[in-house]
Each structure stands twice: as structure tokens, then as C-alpha cells.
Ligand binder design. Sequence first.
Ligand code: APR
Ligand code: PHB
Length: 395
Amino acid sequence: MSQKLRTQVAIIGSGPAGLLLSELLRKAGIDAWVIDRQSRVHIEARIRAGVLEWGTVEALREAGVGARMDREGMVHSGFEMCFDGHRHRIDLAGLVDKKVMVYGQTELTKDLIAQRLDSGAPIVFSASNVQIDNVTSSAPRVRYEQAGKAHVLECDYVAGCDGFHGVARQTIPADVLKTYERVYPFGWLGVLVDRPPVAEELIYANGARGFALCSMRSATRSRYYLQCGLDDNIENWSDDRFFDELEKRLGSETAQNLQRGSSIEKSIAPLRSFVAEPMRYGAMFLAGDAAHIVPPTGAKGLNLAVADVRVLARAMIQSYQQGNTAYLERYSEICLKRVWKVERFSWYMSQLLHQFPEATPFERKMQAAEFDYLTQSESACRSIAENYVGLPLQM
Ligand code: APR
Ligand code: PHB
């Protein structure tokens, strides 16, 4: 016998999208359950990106989860791009009067989970066989098992915040769902070290040996990435080899400030652009990686997930508080308009900053010309800055 439960919004996935949605709804007095197939320990150990748009910062504060971010996060007013050893700063504050916050997604996830647990609101970890039923009826429900017991959660709405490999998107029939995808012919090898960052701001570098990114988590912890082959393996990359290669890709002037250290995390991730349309099916709404993936070059994955749930929370609040479902009905259309622009920016940055194995000499010249143009055109830099700090929510 299954145990029957009831809530207003059943949220599948306890990543940043699901957790933030749950908190924005809770602040508005709307009940939600968060259900994840992974354990809390597993979720809190995942190393992810770390640049927050200002809209993301504000949404986290609104959800009451910004205190540690405001204490420990680092506000950056610019970042650097480097092409064949030539560095060029994108002055975010000067160009578009906005900044970004460098604060690890891992920390953010911990803050959100802690707040959820403190509030006593329902969150279920280590759920198995999560299944979504009846989303085109007036009685949607989510079934799951936990510790050998079956549960049925009845709800008004389902939020599919269960990432790229989740069940929510798969619930949409094939003749309704349309997907768009581009897989890039390389991956990112990431290393985390307890050493001060090489520079005060992030550096995105492209050179003959490939892309490199210098990022950070704090004044004493750095995050570095190298473009690597799709079939590469972390066993091929000792810390020494990683830092030797990073030095070469950065050039001697930048590399002289690089502090090597023992890696505390090392992983390889593929790069992908992906969009699923529509983002709504009946009473189910997709948000975050469940609906779209961007390559990490523009630091947009988390921010895009946050933008979705800001729209979704507002739409659900309007529906519950005013009985007006017009905004909810337009959820997919509103999100996708912005999603595609953010996809474009992430694709553009990836295109500009990597060495493509199949690139022709002409394409390589195009990259060089694009970079040269950036160094001379304030308008071109402003366009990058406007996208990097985050486009307005309804754009
Ligand atoms: N049932 C329940 N939970 C599931 C299922 C399932 N079948 N499948 C996946 N999940 C959970 C995962 O365990 C994970 O905790 O859904 C959660 C999805 O979280 P994320 O992958 O972090 O996705 P999202 O919240 O959309 O955040 C987007 O995270 O992956 C990065 O690059 C991405 O930065 C972006 C951000
Ligand atoms: C990171 O710090 O992990 C990071 C920063 C910027 C990016 C991608 C990842 O574009």
C-alpha cells in the first residue's frame, strides 16, 4: 500500500532550480515538496560553476538565502579575455554599470538545503523510481519510493527541476517535445586547488594550445580549466602536467603569478548546447537543466536555471493569490525567448574561445579578427558585458 500525500507544488530535483523555487514559493505561503533521487551528501559534494548574475544575487536575497553569499562571495566588476597572449579587460561596471558575484554553486546549494531543512518544509532525499502521472488531468501526482516504502504525492502542479538526465522531460510525449542540440568536439578538464587565484578577476584564454580559464572560489581557493579531448581521462593529467599546460596556455607574463598546488578535485565535463521545447506540458513545468544546457563558457547554466524559477515562482504565486493563470500559461514562451538569447551568448563565447579540431585556417582568422575587433570596439565589448551580467528577465 502506498502512503498518500498532498501538496500544492511537487518539485522534482533538489539542485539550485528546485531548491530556489521551493523557497520562493514558501515565502509566498505556497506548499511544496522537493524530491531528489540522490542523497544530501552526494548533492552537496558536486563541484559546479561559480559566477552569479546580479539578478541571481537578488533572487537569492529575496528567497532569504543570501547572507553567506553576501559575506563570503566576491563582487567582480570585470573579467579578462586573452587571445594568443594578449589580454583585454571587459569592464562590466564601466560598460553596463553592473557587476557579478563569484560564489560557488556548491556553497549555494548547501545554503538552500540548510534553509529548507531549518524551515521544516518537506524535502525528500534518496528517492527512487520517481514517476510523474496525469499531468494533463486536473489530478497530477508524483510517485516515488524511499527506504522500501511507496508514496503517492498528489499536487496541483509539478515542477521538473531534475536536470538533464531527469524523468520530467521524458514524461512529455515525443510528438509534443522538440529538442535542439549541439555537442562540442572537446571537454573541460577542471581542477580545484587551495592556492590564491592567479589574478584578481577571471581570465578566459584562447591560444594555439587551446582554451584555459582561471576562476576562483575565494581569496585562497582557485578553480582552473583546460580544454581537453573528448576521450581524455583524468588519469592522464597529473597535477604537474595540468599546471605545465596551464602555464603554456596563459603565457609567461600571466603564468608568473600562478601558484601551483595539489588538486582537491579534478574532473572532465563535455560541452553541450541543448534546448527542449515547450517548457510546459499540462500541469508540469520544466526549469533549469531539465529544459536546457549551455556550454560553461559564459557561466550561464546556474543563472539560466534561476531565471526560469523566478518566472515560474511569480506565475504560480499569481495563480494561487489572484486566481490568474495567464502568466503561468505563458511560462514556456516567456522563458524560451530569453533561453535562446543565453544559448546564443554561450555558443558565441565557446566559438570564440576554443580551438576547434576541425577549424579551417579561415575560421581561425575569423576568431582572431573577432578578438581584434573586441579590443578596439567599445560597442562590441558592451554587448559581451550586457550578456555576461545577465539579460533582463523578460527579454
Ligand atoms: N528523480 C528525482 N530527482 C532527480 C532525478 C529523478 N529521476 N533525476 C535527477 N534528479 C535530481 C539530481 O539528483 C539533481 O540533484 O535533480 C537535480 C537536478 O539538479 P541540477 O543538475 O543541479 O540542475 P538544476 O537545478 O537545473 O541546476 C542547473 O546546475 O548542473 C548545473 O550547469 C548546471 O549550473 C547549472 C545548474
Ligand atoms: C567556475 O568558476 O567554475 C566557472 C567560472 C566561469 C565560467 C565557468 C566556470 O564561465
